[in-house]
Design a protein. Structure first.
Length: 219
């Protein structure tokens, strides 16, 4: 008897099939959109399925319930960006790429609006809260690893405490997300980008060589 090959799940991170990945990307985009507009409590699996153009049975088969779908949607958002390879060879540039992802692309950046709704809902859902904390700790370790690699590569000041700097940077980035939600204007987005750019300037390794004293200082 021929074995029936199981169809890759829409939410499967392991699947590398182009069509499956595209379906998954489209579905998660719908999740971000509808939750950002209606909140976690205001959305049903049926609404998500209709917005995604798939049957309720299909979405329930792959994700079981809304709770699982939301957790997967948050997890998927932290996968490495599609342009990650561009920054290979420079861990400091890779870290900057991740941090700048916290600057909104538009006034209604659907993922970050989804994120704030997820965060608010997690205050009443222990599993979601724990998952978000685990996700934060993983992100923090990754940023710390990138900073340590940046120090080894000579891109970051060797006096920097990588763990402390990563924690401070991530806290600043998340704080900027909240500010951009509160004030969704181009000026706020520009300010967020400028704050992160200035922070990276502080972390960057200083040019080597002796500093020359100015005539005024010499006098």
């Amino acid at each position: 008897m021929a074995r029936i090959k199981k169809r890759p799940a829409l939410g499967s991170v392991e699947s590398s099939r182009p069509k499956t990945l595209q379906r998954r990307k489209e579905l998660l985009g719908v999740v971000y959109e509808v939750v950002s507009e209606s909140g976690v409590d205001g959305v049903t699996m049926r609404q998500i399925a209709e917005a995604a153009g798939i049957s309720t049975g299909t979405i329930n088969y792959h994700f079981k319930n809304k709770h699982n779908l939301l957790i997967l949607a948050l997890e998927a958002a932290y996968e490495l960006p599609e342009d990650w390879k561009i920054y290979e060879g420079s861990p400091f540039s890779q870290l900057q790429r991740l941090a700048m992802g916290y600057v909104f692309r538009s006034a209604k950046d659907r993922f970050w609006r989804f994120w704030i709704n997820y965060t608010a809902h997690s205050t009443r859902d222990e599993e979601m809260r724990q998952h978000q904390n685990v996700r934060y700790e993983r992100q923090l370790r990754f940023w710390g690893d990138l900073l340590r690699a940046s120090i080894e590569a000579g891109e970051v000041d060797p006096e920097i405490d990588a763990k402390a700097a990563a924690n401070e940077l991530l806290l600043i980035a998340q704080g900027l997300v909240i500010r951009q939600i509160q004030s969704p204007t181009p000026a706020t987005r520009d300010e967020a980008g400028a704050i992160l750019t200035e922070r990276f300037g502080r972390l960057a390794a200083k040019p080597s060589g002796k500093r020359t004293r100015s005539p005024a200082a010499a006098g």
